[in-house]
Write a new protein. Structure first.
Length: 318
């Protein structure tokens, strides 16, 4: 009976990082309009000026009236545009000025329908702007109706912008911390594709029968790949996958246990790896120059693929 090495893995709760392309959008942007008709006799502020709520934007003259109607700023913000000049005649509904409030600034993105259930109001998010700067905020809105063309859902993230340094309309790459789900950290070397093209790993059940488990990658890090889709406790085949082709067949199982490098200092680890690869590539048994290496050789006569798979598991970490 063929043998394989398995790693007994237990899941932990891990957030999936959800990525989306998006843009910045001012929290408020309104065109301030005249409520009655009249001739403009004063526009005290210019384009780009910062105004306070109640500041005069346009003052009108209406024949026969002693009081001059005033068009005032409805909130604090910047004048993005001043549409009227002194002497212009504004009809009711005509635009006096465009006012923008950029604090807070909103990040707007669209999330795929298969990931939208992982996004919650109040979870942290960050974004990298086209300028290279990074900003952080909290999800403030999650849409309930998908865009009919893209089948994606609008998500808004509120970002503090008291210094008004974040501009409206910038492209952004958004990263949202999704809801926590059970996840396992594994080596990329154990990933494979099924005959139908699904990404997964080979595992064994309590009867030592081989199974294929489909997985979803949550995050790829230096320490390994975080995946979901596996049972909370599972035995993942780490060495000998190339020998396991028949699903449901039983194999002799060796548990991956003690780290063979645990008591090595870094120089001995490097010596061991060099001797291992040298001995393998020239078709010989490993012939170490250090007696400690022979004592800790975990590979025996395994082939090159098993040795490389084993090293790829990250066993240089104590």
């Amino acid at each position: 009976m063929s043998s394989v090495i398995v790693l007994s893995s237990s899941s932990i709760m891990k957030s999936k990082i959800i990525k989306a392309s998006g843009y910045t959008e001012a929290d408020k942007s309104v065109k301030v309009r005249a409520e009655i008709s009249g001739r403009v006799i004063d526009t005290p502020f210019r384009q780009g000026d910062y105004v306070k709520k109640g500041d005069l934007l346009c003052q009108l003259y209406i024949a026969g009236r002693e009081a001059y109607p005033k068009i005032q700023a409805p909130f604090d913000g910047f004048l993005e545009a001043v549409a009227a000049e002194k002497g212009d005649y504004l009809n009711a509904g005509s635009v006096c000025a465009t006012l923008i409030d950029s604090d807070p600034m909103m990040l707007v993105g669209e999330i795929a329908e298969k990931e939208i259930d992982l996004v919650r109001v109040g979870v942290p998010a960050k974004a990298k702007l086209v300028s290279g700067s990074e900003i952080q905020g909290m999800v403030s809105f999650v849409g309930t109706s998908a865009n009919k063309n893209t089948r994606r859902f609008r998500v808004e993230i509120k970002v503090d912008n008291k210094d008004r340094t974040i501009r409206d309309g910038l492209s952004a790459e958004i990263f949202i911390q999704g809801a926590k789900i059970p996840a396992h950290r594994i080596s990329p070397s154990v990933l494979l594709l099924s005959e139908s093209g699904e990404l997964g790993v080979r595992t064994v059940n309590d009867q030592n029968e081989v199974q294929f488990q489909r997985i979803t990658i949550l995050e790829d890090s230096i320490e390994g790949v975080w995946v979901s889709g596996l049972p909370n406790k599972t035995k993942i085949i780490t060495v000998g996958q190339e020998k396991v082709q028949v699903i449901g067949k039983s194999y002799f199982i060796k548990n991956q246990s003690q780290n063979p490098f645990k008591n090595f200092n870094i120089s001995k680890k490097a010596d061991y790896l060099i001797c291992l690869l040298h001995g393998t590539l020239v078709g010989m048994n490993v012939s170490p120059s250090n007696p400690h290496i022979t004592q800790y050789n975990p590979f025996g006569t395994q082939d090159i693929y098993s040795k490389i798979d084993y090293l790829a598991l990250g066993h240089f970490h104590n």
